[in-house]
Design a protein around this ligand. Structure first.
Ligand SMILES: C[S@@+](CC[C@H](N)C(=O)[O-])C[C@H]1O[C@@H](n2cnc3c(N)ncnc32)[C@H](O)[C@@H]1O
Length: 261
């Protein structure tokens, strides 16, 4: 889908400059706002619309009037609890100083939790195949300053705008500690989530044998899959389910150390 960039409804010199810069960074057209609603912009350009607002970047997939923008989401409360008790940290065996590859960056909430846990001696790389999402999240991680205890962890996350399988295929064997994947659910989720505006736009690819093979090849400790509790991917690809009563999603783990013995 084509994307164009515009300013907020009432542009300022700063938002105009920001929008022009995004048009260069992403090689997309700059569209004059001319006091048009997002719906009118969608109609005029038949494209997704990125809005350079004063405080943040907003992404409106074609046909959606609710914006997608960066905010810490669940990482805000998850990082206020002991991190070693966070379900993702617990099941993955991630430790300070480790390298964590998040194959499906999305809003980056999981990546922020991982980055806070691995600390300054570790590394977190987040793959996001959707260009505009990767850009909005990359900018947010680099500039968000409303949660000072997370600023450094956010800034350390390296955003890679690439299909996860291709990124993993470029890495040497056993070169990272944990590989994590959280693809879009295929099951209908009735309650609204922060991802609701993106359901139609985000990459909806599901785990494949090639993806899991590359993940196991590159990970020293574990490969973790988050999926709907009804998903058969855990069994199909050899993940051991960690049951979480009363939750809509489960984690599954492949222990790479055992796998490679
Ligand atoms: C459910 S969301 C991930 C949410 C994320 N764990 C978080 O904490 O916000 C899935 C995201 O991964 C992206 N994605 C899905 N499959 C991908 C793939 N194979 N490679 C790269 N990105 C992918 C989608 O575009 C979407 O933004």
């Amino acid at each position: 889908m084509k994307t164009v960039v515009t300013t907020a409804y009432r542009p300022t010199e700063a938002t105009e400059k920001k929008a022009q810069q995004i048009s260069i960074d992403l090689s997309i057209s700059f569209a004059e706002r001319n006091k048009r609603s997002v719906e009118k912009m969608h109609e005029a350009w038949a494209a997704d619309v990125l809005v350079a607002a004063k405080e943040r970047l907003e992404f409106y997939p074609l046909g959606k009037t609710e914006p997608f923008f960066f905010h810490p989401n669940s990482s805000a409360f998850r990082t206020k609890r002991p991190l070693e008790k966070d379900p993702l940290i617990e099941v993955s065996g991630l430790q300070a100083g480790d390298v964590f590859v998040d194959c499906t960056l999305g809003m980056a909430s999981d990546a922020i939790v991982a980055s806070q846990h691995v600390g300054p001696d570790g590394r977190v790389i987040g793959c996001e195949s959707h260009r505009a999402i990767a850009y909005v999240i990359g900018q947010g991680l680099a500039t968000y300053d409303k949660m000072p205890h997370l600023t450094a962890a956010m800034k350390r996350i390296q955003v890679v705008n690439e299909e996860a399988v291709d990124y993993l295929a470029s890495l040497p064997d056993n070169s990272v500690d944990v590989v994590y994947m959280d693809p879009m659910f295929t099951e209908e989720i009735l309650e609204a989530s922060n991802f609701t505006p993106l359901r139609a736009a985000a990459h909806t690819g599901q785990p494949s044998a090639q993806w899991i093979e590359q993940a196991v090849r590159t990970a020293r400790k574990s490969v973790v899959l988050k999926a709907h509790y009804k998903s058969s991917d855990f069994e199909e690809f050899g993940f051991k389910r960690r049951l979480r009563p009363n939750t809509k999603f489960h984690y599954g783990v492949i222990d790479c150390r055992k796998e490679k013995e």
